[in-house]
Design a protein around this ligand. Structure first.
Ligand code: BES
Ligand code: MN
Ligand code: ZN
Length: 500
């Protein structure tokens, strides 16, 4: 899909999209268009339930008086409630509305909104960004689907008085979208295509953008002593990898300590010997979503040349049952030296992250660490698919992450931690066990476990099990892999750890 920004002029064909504020309020460009059609837009609105609410659309076909074949009215709601997210949602709604129409080209009248302080350029930019994010497809394995024709929309042109400024600021948004798409692609791939070795290969692609990529293989992981991660991997013929990606966008920074982002990359989670039920097990191909977010984030930062120093670390393993697989009751020695009794081989993500977190703080002395993981089914019970779970040993970090999430539409909800929960993972046989007290507070038990491997560094854990994959289209996220976390962390870094 191609995006362009030009000065307002009505197109000779295709669709013209025009924004409408609450109570069927057209702006001056909208009123102009309405007049040219002999009042057709007003009549169409009055003849329908369309009132200009957020995310509402109404298509007016073959309008008289203009060349375009269709006018698409797009609701934004009340002017003073309109934010970047509203506009991104509108961009998404335009793509969704035209998806099945066969339309190949849309021109969006991105006019300034009466009663809103938003600058003209950002109105165009945010609509374009939302459209771009929503237009994502993962259909590379569909070769013969005749019933569902592929969406035809190829060109999106934003009509704005501030075309040059919009074009410039769209470039940074576009880089983030590239990162989100990289994540969505990786997470969507099946586990026979993406396994630790091949996922590490995909990480290597980032070298082209200036990211320094180091892949630690089995031999190296053994030598380092990553016993917790290796225990998970030992049942699979696909060997594990840990990949370190470094983006040094601010080499002259006063404070040289990087921000570290760590991701769970279980490329398939059968549960191991504590095997999962068959129903829905295919979903566990996306148990590497945490690592997918880290990889996509590094791509976004590099693509927009972020002035920040960030290290991304992903632990890549496959959790399989076999004659060589780890058994319940096995005791492993983690990289930190702490021993772990593996009560349930399906609580494998925390074992992988334990060694990755310890390695990261030890090797890179980061100013802070954030990990992302599809860690627990329990977080879906707690928060559903609306918020990701947030856990932290640092209130300021938790607040900054929450604010970034709110700003980009990837909301977090913080859950408590504490000594009373920590006790639940004590073991009679080792320093700790990998599960808590039965089914109670399962997500917190996971977070308490991770906390024992951060060595006091400011740290946050984001449990994305409920948000990494969506079963229905919405806003800027088509169904499938969401890429949740890329936009959030990009914003967090831009706001807190980047020089301008
Ligand atoms: N990958 C799963 C968590 C998960 C479940 C992610 C559903 C996405 C959707 C994780 O490895 C796991 O199996 N966790 C167990 C932990 C339990 C054994 C303590 C769980 O949540 O049941
Ligand atoms: Mn598991
Ligand atoms: Zn898992």
């Amino acid at each position: 899909m191609k995006f362009s920004f030009t000065k307002p002029a009505l197109p000779k064909a295709g669709t013209v999209a025009v924004t409408v504020l609450a109570d069927r309020t057209l702006g001056s460009a909208g009123q102009d268009l309405d007049q040219k059609t002999g009042g057709m837009l007003t009549r169409a609105m009055n003849a329908s339930r369309f009132t200009g609410k957020k995310d509402e659309t109404l298509a007016v076909l073959a309008p008289a008086g203009i060349d375009a074949g269709r006018v698409l009215l797009v609701g934004l709601g009340k002017a003073d409630d309109v934010t970047d997210l509203t506009l991104q949602g509108a961009g998404g709604a335009i793509v969704a509305a035209l998806d099945k129409s066969g339309e190949t080209e849309v021109h969006v009248l991105a006019e300034k909104l009466a009663g809103s302080p938003l600058p003209a350029a950002s109105i165009a930019v945010e609509i374009a960004y939302g459209a771009r994010l929503r237009a994502y497809r993962f259909d590379k394995y569909k070769t013969t689907d005749k019933k569902e024709p592929k969406p035809a929309l190829k060109k999106v042109c934003l009509l704005t008085d501030e075309a040059d400024a919009a074009k410039r600021s769209f470039a940074a948004r576009d880089a983030v979208a590239e990162g989100v798409f990289f994540t969505r692609d990786l997470v969507s791939e099946p586990a026979n295509v993406i396994y630790p070795e091949t996922l590490a290969d995909r990480c290597r692609e980032l070298a082209e953008l200036g990211v320094q990529v180091d892949v630690l293989d089995l031999k190296k992981l053994k030598k380092l002593g990553m016993g917790a991660l290796l225990g998970v991997a030992q049942g699979s013929v696909n060997e594990p990898r840990v990949v370190v990606m470094r983006w040094n966008g601010n080499p002259d920074a006063e404070d040289k300590r990087p921000v570290a982002i760590v991701g769970k990359g279980v490329t398939f989670d059968t549960g191991g010997i504590s095997i999962k039920p068959a129903a829905g097990m295919e979903d566990m191909k996306w148990d590497m979503a945490g690592s997918g977010v880290v990889i996509g984030l590094m791509r976004a930062l590099a693509a927009r040349k972020a002035k920040a120093n960030v290290v991304g670390v992903v632990g890549l393993v496959e959790n399989m049952p076999s004659g060589t697989a780890q058994r319940p009751g096995d005791i492993v020695t983690s990289l930190s030296g702490q021993t772990i009794e593996v009560i349930n081989t399906d609580a494998e993500g925390r074992l992988v992250l334990a060694d990755c977190l310890w390695y990261t703080q030890d090797a890179f002395k980061p100013r802070l660490m954030v990990d992302l993981a599809t860690l627990t089914g329990a977080i879906i019970i707690a928060l559903g698919h609306e918020h990701a779970g947030l856990f932290a040993n640092d209130d300021d970090l938790a607040e900054r992450l929450t604010a970034a999430g709110r700003a980009v539409g990837e909301p977090l909800w913080r859950l408590p931690m504490g000594d009373a929960y920590d006790k639940d993972i004590n073991s009679d046989a080792a320093d700790m066990k990998n599960t808590g007290a039965g089914r109670a507070a399962g997500s917190i038990a996971g977070a308490q476990f991770l906390k024992r491997f951060v060595n006091g560094v400011p740290w946050a854990h984001i449990d994305i099990a409920g948000v990494a994959w969506t079963k229905k289209d919405s806003g800027t996220v088509p169904k499938g892999a969401s890429g949740f976390g890329v936009r959030l962390l990009d914003r967090f870094i831009a706001e807190n750890h980047e020089e301008r």
